[in-house]
Design a protein around this ligand. Structure first.
Ligand SMILES: C[S@@+](CC[C@H](N)C(=O)[O-])C[C@H]1O[C@@H](n2cnc3c(N)ncnc32)[C@H](O)[C@@H]1O
Length: 241
């Protein structure tokens, strides 16, 4: 496993985004605990937005894991009242530098301020269903979303169906997780950038089948799913009154 440097920090994603925003082009890599390393095709992708989210976000919006703030800026431009949270202080700082104000640091798995608010649309852009890290936490997150949404509440986001992968390396990793008694879509990984590595964290890739089952349990209905590419899919959840 070729890691660049010795400096370990809790989160380095915000720092990476901030560097890209200021013109850096050094690629970061995602290192999995089996030693597999991936470099994102376009390391600056989290500075851009997908039109699908702009089309489907309505009313008062909460962007969960807002990252660089590009979606928040686009929602505001569309005239929506948009709020953002992120676990990484440096993401929050970058968003503020970009002129955003309605956002704060919050871990969606340990909610604080969002508990007192009400939203029409919750956004999980950039494959952010994965931030839950486990099936239990997806359930917890969806229950929280149920509590903080209006009657017409909607969750829009993206997930990854790991069972559709054709990669032998990823299939082997999923088998390894099964053998350990873990859900096969969970990955333990960290980011590596310049002389820094982030802490290990769990990310979950969730097929539609599991998402549907959890949605049903937590007061949501999968209104639609849309295939994005071989493994990624977009989803719209509607609150069941
Ligand atoms: C893959 S990035 C997506 C960023 C953004 N949504 C986008 O599409 O450009 C994941 C983001 O979620 C944040 N995040 C991870 N875990 C979180 C949690 N438990 N609560 C809130 N934010 C979280 C990360 O710091 C990061 O900014």
């Amino acid at each position: 496993m070729a890691l660049h440097g010795p400096k370990t920090q809790k989160n380095i994603f915000g720092l990476i985004l901030s560097s890209y925003f200021h013109g850096d082009t050094t690629p970061y890599s995602v290192v999995r605990d089996d030693g597999h390393v991936e470099y994102p095709n376009d390391p600056t992708e989290y500075l851009s937005v997908e039109d699908w989210y702009l089309k489907n976000a309505k009313g008062k919006v909460l962007d969960v894991g807002c990252g660089s703030g590009s979606y928040l800026l686009a929602f505001q431009k569309k005239g929506l009242s948009a709020y953002g949270i992120d676990i990484d202080e440096q993401c929050i700082q970058l968003c503020k530098e970009r002129g955003l104000q309605s956002l704060w640091k919050e871990n969606i798995l340990k909610p604080t301020r969002t508990k007192k608010l009400l939203f029409d649309t919750i956004v999980l852009a950039g494959n952010n269903l994965g931030i839950a890290g486990s099936l239990e936490n997806i359930e917890k997150m969806l229950r929280h979303f149920h509590d903080i949404t209006t009657e017409q509440g909607t969750v829009i986001g993206e997930g990854l169906n790991f069972t559709k992968t054709t990669s032998p390396v990823h299939k082997k990793y999923a088998d390894m997780q099964r053998k350990k008694g873990r859900f096969a879509g969970v990955m333990t990984m960290r980011l590596d950038y310049k002389d820094m590595v982030g802490e290990w964290f769990d990310w979950i890739h969730t097929p539609e089948k599991e998402l549907k089952a959890i949605a049903k349990k937590t007061g949501w209905k999968v209104e639609s799913t849309q295939k994005k590419d071989g493994v990624h899919y977009r989803f719209i959840l509607k609150k069941v009154p």
